[in-house]
Design a protein around this ligand. Structure first.
Ligand code: SF4
Length: 716
């Protein structure tokens, strides 16, 4: 591609689910500068430390630049022929369920769409799952139970309009910094706005909080079930809304009312006075948004947590209104885009359901597909267990590093090593996963590829290339389509550009829809390359073009976008009777500690690193914030175990052990330790934290419980 040095390219940040707009510019000497896009409605020019340092992470050091087979450089044709013939042979000999794709919230929607189409429509299995399973699968499941669809009802604007923001299991200050900044700015203008933080740890987000409830790990179901009972007991219910727009209230309130205050206090680890203050504040504040993230989702009760929260919003009618609603914020830049195209093993494309024969038929007819998958596939943890026991014999891993990021990571590594055929397409040459690949495919990176992403408020934005593809790197969608053609599915995979894929995706979203499904971007079904090039950020649903879009499609980059959309303002949901469903929930104990492993193990992120650090590890500036992996431990526990600040500590579980620097701090909840998930053996010896995490999952969503394990500590 030719680089226009005078032009700033509008693109989006590749890190978190806030989905900030970025302006990138390449200078005559090749140097790149980035700044926040003042016209992007997610960030209005703001960037956090990670986004600001993007230009420091795009050098070619360590890049995978050429296809390889068994470590030998080869050409694309040979690599793709080997993949197609091996997948075809495996399917012929063992059936379609013997192959799998493990994909990523780092992929762009167009990549995801093609991968999902090949697997679910043409190979004929739903064995395609994503690292987003580790991120927000519980929210998806909770949304579908309550709303009949995977719909995030609100917009970022609601965070600024709310009078009360309840942050649950979310260190927004570090994990979604620009949203944190937006809330802080809104509160400066409206000092009466209240913020409650519900988190076992006192994180940096507590600086913004009027009230911090240091809840016991996994106490959230009890907390919100208790809140529902409180709302019922004190008659803070919107009875007209409940009657007109919901079902199941009587069962839900009966289940909630079975809990007594002392039981709630015990399950949450909170004092009855703290509970009363929070419940009173929630009850008294009509404009409440409850924001939740991994502390809710990454749990063996994650789906119930989501529904316990949604129950309280339904009971008060606080949904689909300005400044009111439950709000799941996603971890990854394109977890939402993946959901939209069916990148999860239990979904079809365009938010259709794999168990629904009508949906399968519709997708089959739209794609003219020979073999639409008829049952859900294996979710991430199950998928690697199937690799381990030999049921899956050919695996393609795209844009993710499961050897370091999956729970029980050592077992996952052993499974991948033993798998007869592993393809990895990645940007980097030497991740712990790429190392085990039989075929390695060089993928284009951020700054080199075109496509779209969807952020946490359902806003679809363009990622645009501003750098040439290095070596022989290619976009993921093209490699997948080339393999599909070699497998005999050429006609259906003849896309020449991401614009064509996006147009097909948009057309499928509108195909026989007529408002019966939530996801609809049919307005873009006819988009051409010129329109796609100038596509302005927009929120779905977008079944018809609005003014800002029309201008964008004419090539007028005004930065103007349609007003924020709020789902469910009319009280209609996507269940068969169009009513939202209350879910009757009873909290269950989640204790896993034992005499050998007496501390709760909580894993999570730090401010300046991302996933397994393949990108952020390149920036010295970002590495300054937290230079090495650590374990946060409360002073009382440190004293009990004879650990001093900055000591090296062995943290062990039934699955493995790591060596980390002790950070003794009263921010940590007594009886538990926190370890960041980012460091791998590439950056610090024996620091692969996910090797410690048990492969325990939520029974409904399949999401791993990464925040409530059991560990022991000792001074090394
Ligand atoms: Fe990127 Fe998220 Fe930071 Fe925005 S808040 S700049 S999307 S990492």
């Amino acid at each position: 591609m030719e680089i226009d040095e005078a032009r700033e390219v509008r693109t989006t940040c590749p890190y978190c689910g806030v989905g900030c707009g970025v302006l990138a510019k390449v200078a005559a000497d090749g140097g790149v500068t980035v700044r926040g896009d003042p016209d992007h409605p997610a960030n209005f020019g703001r960037l956090c430390s990670k986004g600001s340092a993007l230009a420091e992470t795009i050098d070619l050091d360590g890049r995978l630049l050429y296809p390889e087979i068994h470590g030998r450089r080869t050409g694309w044709d040979e690599a793709l022929d080997v993949i197609a013939s091996t997948f075809s042979r495996t399917i012929a000999e063992h059936g379609p369920d013997a192959v799998a794709f493990y994909v990523s919230g780092q992929l762009l929607t167009e990549d995801y769409y093609v991968a999902n189409k090949l697997m679910k429509g043409f190979i004929g299995t739903a064995n395609i799952d994503t690292n987003s399973r580790l991120c927000m699968a519980s929210s998806v499941a909770g949304h579908r139970r309550a709303f009949g669809s995977d719909t995030v009802p609100g917009s970022y604007e609601d965070l600024e309009l709310a009078d009360l923001i309840v942050l649950v299991g979310s260190n927004l200050a570090w994990c979604h910094p620009v949203l944190y900044q937006r809330i802080a700015a809104a509160r400066e203008k409206r000092p009466d706005m209240k913020v409650v933080l519900i988190d076992p740890r006192r994180t940096m987000t507590s600086d913004l909080a009027d009230m911090h409830l240091a809840i016991a790990p996994d106490g959230d179901v009890a907390l919100f079930t208790g809140l529902l009972a409180y709302l019922g007991k004190n008659d803070v219910l919107d009875r007209a809304y409940i009657a007109a727009h919901t079902t199941g209230f009587d069962d839900a309130i009966a289940a909630a009312s079975a809990l007594d205050p002392a039981g709630i206090a015990a399950a949450t680890g909170l004092g009855e006075d703290e509970l009363a203050r929070f419940y009173g504040l929630f009850a008294a504040t009509a404009k409440t948004v409850t924001v939740y993230s991994q502390g809710v989702n990454q749990s063996s009760s994650g789906t119930n947590k989501v529904n316990a929260i949604i129950n309280c919003h339904l009971a008060t009618g606080r949904i689909g209104r300005p400044g009111g609603g439950p709000f799941s914020v996603t971890g990854q830049p394109n977890a939402m885009g993946g959901r939209e195209v069916g990148g999860m093993a239990n979904m079809l494309a365009a938010h259709m359901e794999i168990e629904n024969p009508g949906h399968r038929d519709r997708v089959q007819r739209f794609w003219s597909a020979p073999a639409v998958a008829e049952k859900p596939g294996l979710k991430a943890v199950e998928m690697f267990q199937a690799v381990a026991d030999g049921r899956i014999k050919a695996l393609w891993i795209m844009a993710t590093n499961p050897v370091d990021s999956m729970p029980d990571a050592d077992a996952v590594e052993a499974a991948i090593k033993a798998c007869p055929f592993v393809v990895v397409s990645d940007v980097m040459a030497k991740t712990d996963t790429v190392r085990h690949a039989h075929v390695r495919l060089p993928a284009t990176a951020w700054g080199e590829k075109d496509g779209t992403v969807t952020n946490s408020e359902r806003r679809i934005s363009r990622q645009r290339a501003f750098l040439p593809a290095p070596g022989e790197a290619r976009p993921d969608w093209r490699m997948i389509a080339e393999v599909a053609r070699r497998m005999g599915f050429g006609e259906a995979f003849s896309h020449a550009s991401p614009a064509e894929i996006f147009a097909e995706h948009a057309a499928l979203s509108a195909f026989e829809n007529d408002g019966v499904r939530d996801f609809d971007i049919g307005a873009y079904a006819g988009i051409d390359t010129a329109g796609y090039d100038v596509l302005a950020p927009f929120q779905w649903p977008a079944s018809s073009l609005m003014e800002g879009d029309v201008q964008a499609q004419k090539g007028i980059q005004t930065g103007r976008t349609p007003p924020a959309t709020r789902f469910f303002a009319n009280g209609n949901f996507y269940t068969p009777d169009r009513k939202a469903r209350f879910i009757a929930i009873r909290p269950t104990a989640q204790t896993r500690i034992s005499p050998d492993f007496p501390l709760v193990l909580n894993t999570g992120r730090v401010r300046d690193h991302w996933h397994t650090m393949t990108r952020t590890g390149k920036s010295p500036r970002l590495s300054q914030h937290m230079a090495e992996p650590f374990v946060e431990i409360h002073p009382a526990d440190a004293q009990h175990f004879g650990i001093g600040d900055a000591d090296i500590v062995r943290v062990s579980t039934a699955h493995g052990d790591v060596l980390l620097r002790a950070l003794v701090t009263a921010r940590q909840r007594p009886g538990s330790v926190f370890v960041p998930m980012h460091w791998t053996d590439q950056f610090s010896a024996r620091a692969r934290v996910d090797a410690l995490v048990a492969p325990i999952t939520d029974a409904i969503s399949g999401q791993p419980a990464s925040k409530n394990g059991a560990a022991g500590v000792e001074r090394f």
